[in-house]
Design a protein around this ligand. Structure first.
Ligand code: SAM
Length: 395
């Protein structure tokens, strides 16, 4: 493909991404994967170049652009060589016409920028939410050591704040290695590893992972427990939860069982677990503002009403979780969001409403205190954005 044809392909893809953002359709990475599967003529180099153009244009536009072309023109404003490719050549984009729409550049929709500011994030912190995410692995201590896994990959770096983490050069093909198939490591952001470690799971504990999804944190908790004790992994999403047990098997984790929950009837399904857990982890459904590095178009999808629904669900799940904790046990609230409404504010509400609970100070090698918890940000910590707080039931 010519460079100009790549630009036109990126514009066509952006049109689909924009339509999906408006209609709650597929995520950008799914749209791209489908698109390339149907267009085998695009070689690996073309795909990489088109993907980079699409994501750079998405990152450039804070509000949903009117069209893919308007988004690409916004990117071209910062890259003269890209503007030159609007040359009207065969398969390339038409020449730029005077006065045609160009998407506004920005970090996020205005209402979200205001919410970040109110949550104590300055412009540099917000801009870093759109950086490219590094590739992090969590070495599975049940099967391997960081030294042994690091020796498998050129350029693997250890991270001081996450002892089981390795940071690899972008696009290292990790999942085709024998070590991956044998469960020596998982792909997991170092921030996600750190918040899992801060939960304080230890061998012999009874742990409930209330929002386990596909088990990313469940497996980290199991490794911290040296595969001793018991973990009940719950979720309301059957397809996600069904991935957990095969992953656990690959990782050599045998202490996990799963429970599919019915939304709003979680307490009923968990009646036998009331006051049984040493630790309940609520890795709650959230707006995901801390993970925009991976899916920057998510900021075009979020609405104030959706954010409110997340906040309500989180409050509900914290109340469900509290009933599962034994006296002296702990509840850990995690969100991959940097909005106070989902993090510090949520914990403040919980502590005010639940007598007998107190937040404990988290001594962590990264992050900064926020309210009663700790916050990790891409700018400060080079991780995805997270809020984590640990609450202890005193009586
Ligand atoms: C942030 S994700 C969890 C990610 C997972 N813990 C991991 O580390 O890979 C939040 C999860 O909460 C689940 N969820 C949403 N509503 C729920 C509910 N009412 N009860 C339990 N889980 C719920 C979602 O299906 C989603 O898998």
């Amino acid at each position: 493909m010519t460079p100009a044809a790549r630009v036109q392909m990126a514009i066509d893809l952006l049109d689909q991404v924009i339509a999906a953002a408006r209609n709650r359709g597929a995520a950008a990475d799914v749209i791209l994967a489908r698109w390339f599967a149907e267009r085998r003529f695009a070689g690996a180099k073309d795909r990489r170049a088109v993907r980079a153009l699409v994501y750079d244009a998405i990152r450039r536009c804070g509000e949903v652009p009117v069209s893919g072309r308007a988004a690409m023109l916004a990117l071209a404003q910062t890259q003269p060589a890209l503007a030159d490719l609007f040359d009207g050549s065969r398969y390339g984009p038409a020449a730029i016409a005077a006065g045609e729409p160009v998407a506004a550049q920005g970090v996020a929709p205005a209402w979200l920028e205001a919410a970040f500011e109110a949550s104590g994030l300055d412009g540099d912190e917000c801009a870093a939410l759109l950086d490219r995410a590094p590739l992090d692995l969590r070495v599975n201590r049940l099967k391997a050591t960081p030294e042994a896994v690091a020796a498998l990959f050129d350029g693997a770096e250890r991270l001081a704040f996450a002892p089981d983490a390795l940071r690899l050069p972008e696009e290292t093909p990790v999942d085709r290695t024998e070590a991956y198939v044998e469960g020596a490591f998982e792909v997991q952001d170092a921030g996600s590893q750190l918040v899992s470690a801060l939960a304080g799971a230890a061998p012999g504990m009874t742990v409930i992972d209330l929002c386990a999804g596909g088990g990313g944190k469940t497996l980290a908790l199991a490794a911290a427990m040296a595969n001793q004790g018991r973990i009940l992994a719950c979720d309301v999403d059957r397809p996600r939860l069904s991935k957990l047990m095969p992953r656990a098997e690959r990782a050599g984790v045998s202490i996990t069982e799963t429970l599919l929950l019915n939304p709003a009837r979680e307490a009923e399904a968990l009646a036998d677990w009331r006051e049984q857990a040493d630790l309940v982890v609520v890795d709650a459904p959230c707006s995901g503002t801390g993970t925009w590095r991976r899916n920057p178009e998510a900021r075009w999808r979020l609405t104030p009403a959706q954010l409110e629904r997340y906040v309500d669900t989180q409050a509900h799940l914290l109340d469900v979780a509290a009933r599962l904790v034994r006296p002296g046990g702990a509840l850990v609230h995690i969100v991959c969001s940097l909005l106070d409404a989902e993090g510090a504010g949520q914990v403040e509400r919980f502590v005010a409403a639940q007598p007998g609970w107190a937040a404990v100070r988290l001594d962590a090698p990264a992050g900064r205190p926020r309210g009663e918890g700790l916050r990790l940000t891409p700018l400060h910590d080079t991780t995805d954005g997270f809020f984590v707080a640990k609450l202890v039931r005193q009586c």
